[in-house]
Each structure stands twice: as C-alpha cells, then as structure tokens.
Design a protein around this ligand. Structure first.
Ligand code: NAD
Length: 249
C-alpha cells in the first residue's frame, strides 16, 4: 500500500523507467504524490503507456544514460519546468553475462558504462541543484551480486559493487548539505532481466531464498519510495538488501 501524499511536492528523476523495476518505482513515487520524470532508451510505446496512468505527474523522456549531453538536457529541462529536483533514482542497468575467459571487451565496457560510469556523470549533473536546495535523496539500484559475486557476472558484479562504494563515499561528501545517498540491492526480481533464466535455475534459486519465491518489482519500489521520503531522514550511506532472505548477513 502506497503512503498517499508522502512525496507530495517532490520532483523525481528515474532512469530506465519504461519497464521492470524502474517502471514500478516510477508508478510508486507518483502514487505517493511526486512529479516524476523518467528516461527510457527505446521503448517509446511502453513509456508512453506508463505516462498515461497519470499524465499530469509523469513525464517520459527518451535518453540513453550513456549520452552525457542528452542526460544534461534532461536535468536542465527539469530545472526549467519544476525549479527543483528532490529525488534521483539511478536504476537503468544491463547484464552481459559471460565467463571471464570468454568475456569480450565490449561486454565488460558496456556493463560498466551503463551501470556505473553513467551514474557518476548523471549524479554529478544533478548534485548542484540538490546542493542549492540543501536537500535531496539519491538512490542507486545495485544488486546482491555486487555484495556476493556470481560466476559469469564479473562485469556486472564489479559495476554493482562499484555503485556501493560510490554510494558510501558520496554520502559522506554531501551529508552536511542534507543530501542522503543510499543503495538498494535487490535479489532475484521477476523482470525481463531474469525472464531468460531456465526453469531449473529458477527452482534452484527459489530453494535458497528464505521466502521461497522471486521478488516483484513493486517490492523493490516500496523500499525506494521509503528511502526517497522523509521517513528515511536519518538514513544515508546504507545498502538496503531486498532479496527475500537469499543473502542473510
Ligand atoms: P530490465 O531489463 O527490465 O530494465 C532495465 C531498464 O534499464 C529498462 O528500462 C531499460 O530501458 C533501461 N536501460 C538499459 N540500458 C539503458 C541505457 N543505456 N540508457 C537508458 N536506459 C537504459 O531490468 P530490471 O530488472 O528492471 O533492472 C532494473 C535495475 O535493477 C538494474 O539496474 C538492474 O541491474 C537492477 N537489478 C535487477 C535485478 C533483477 O533480478 N531483475 C536484481 C538486482 C538488481
């Protein structure tokens, strides 16, 4: 159940919001009262369908997170139209799995570029607005793979672990300006990213998850909304693990 009005008056930017976890985050933030700009790379139709749900609060923008100029344009548009930016959710991400011996430079580079380097650039673009406001909440979507590793995912694990270091360093850097920076580390969530997993792999994963099921995008979105809200006003530099008890530290 969304906490109605908890994000009233707040403006958010979510990357990769046309499907999966990003879409659920966009819908959840809007349902709590936020005005939400969200980027998508190619899926215009599904992005527009999401925006139709609340045309006055949801603004889809086509932009590849790797394109620094395009992303600067998105930030500038938000500033011009809203005059503020309270919540940044770095969600866009890809996986290009391969065993390290077979991993191509492109597979390594693309995953690092989309999942990590673009987060550095976009956050740097957004930060001046939050510093001027003396408030803001930045949420980076990492992964349990960044905490525990996974065979065949050295590129993805590196990027997602990097995001955690980035989160902790930046939290210390901007905390005195009332800007909070946190990471969410989902486990196995039902989205396009995990749709290709063979049935036997799913069954094996499920047996290792305390709750015995994969998660839903909405179950990640509710945690993001909490971190975005003033309910999390004393939480920064943390990694919230949302994995149904797959990884219990
Ligand atoms: P998904 O493949 O369904 O969606 C990924 C989103 O990222 C899409 O909206 C896509 O358009 C966007 N995207 C990808 N490359 C982009 C680019 N270059 N520019 C702009 N947008 C781009 O995946 P998902 O499962 O919803 O994943 C969302 C985030 O959650 C990712 O960062 C992913 O690594 C992370 N995550 C997912 C799981 C899971 O089990 N599904 C687990 C842990 C972490």
């Amino acid at each position: 159940m969304a906490c109605e009005g908890r994000l009233q008056g707040k403006v958010a930017l979510v990357t990769g919001g046309s499907r999966g976890i990003g879409r659920a985050i966009v819908q959840r933030l809007a349902s709590e009262g936020a005005t939400v700009y969200f980027t998508y790379r190619q899926a215009r139709e599904s992005a527009e369908r999401v925006a139709m749900e609340a045309p006055e609060a949801l603004f889809p923008v086509q932009a590849d997170v790797r394109d620094a100029e395009a992303m600067a344009g998105v930030v500038q548009r938000i500033q011009e139209e809203q005059g503020r930016l309270d919540i940044l959710v770095n969600n866009a991400g890809i996986a290009r799995d391969n065993l390290l011996l077979r991993m191509k430079d492109e597979e390594w580079n693309e995953v690092l570029e989309v999942n990590l380097f673009s987060v550095f650039r976009l956050t740097r673009q957004v930060l001046p607005i939050m510093l001027r406001q003396r408030s803001g909440s930045i949420i980076n979507i990492s992964s349990i793979i960044g905490l525990m590793g996974n065979a065949g995912q050295a590129n993805y694990a590196t990027a997602k672990a990097g995001l955690i270091g980035f989160t902790k360093a930046l939290a210390r850097e901007v905390g005195s300006r009332n800007i909070r920076v946190n990471a969410v580390a989902p486990g196995f969530i039902e989205t396009d990213m995990t749709a290709g997993l063979p049935d036997d792999v799913r069954t094996a994963f499920r047996q290792q998850i305390a709750l015995r099921r994969l998660g839903k995008p909405e179950e990640v979105a509710s945690v993001v909304a909490f971190l975005a809200s003033d309910d999390a006003s004393y939480i920064t530099g943390q990694v919230l693990v949302v994995c149904g008890g797959y990884l219990i530290a």
